[in-house]
Design a binder for this molecule. Structure first.
Ligand SMILES: [Zn+2]
Length: 120
């Protein structure tokens, strides 16, 4: 008698977990229930997990940011044209004249050469 007590019953068939495959797989009486119909599906899924997902997520993020920027620019353009918003151009950079630094230098007080403020 197979040791299935307390576990889910072993399916007779299962579907391949390969992307876009879904092929039916016959489950053998022994061993683990297969996830993939073929080594190529297994390898493909592995590579997908291993390499593609992080880069894909980043690429998707970047694409959505670009799209968002384009949409925002278009919306602003329309709002500006309708007079509902000010120009979306960044405010002009105003070059303020630098405040003149007071020139600080050590000077010798000729009336107090000892530098003790007349207390000495
Ligand atoms: Zn497959």
């Amino acid at each position: 008698m197979p040791a299935t007590f307390g576990r889910r019953r072993r399916p007779r068939t299962t579907r391949c977990k390969g992307k876009g495959c879904k092929r039916q797989i016959k489950v053998k009486n022994k061993g683990r229930v297969p996830k993939y119909c073929s080594p190529s599906c297994k390898q493909e899924a592995y590579l997908r997990r291993r390499f593609r997902s992080p880069l894909e997520l980043v690429a998707r993020d970047l694409a959505s940011i670009e799209v968002r920027e384009v949409i925002e620019a278009k919306i602003m353009e329309i709002l500006v044209r309708l007079g509902l918003a000010k120009s979306n151009l960044p405010p002009p950079i105003i070059h303020k004249p630098k405040p003149e630094k007071p020139s600080l230098r050590l000077v010798k007080n000729h009336d107090d050469p000892a530098g003790n403020n007349g207390l000495g």
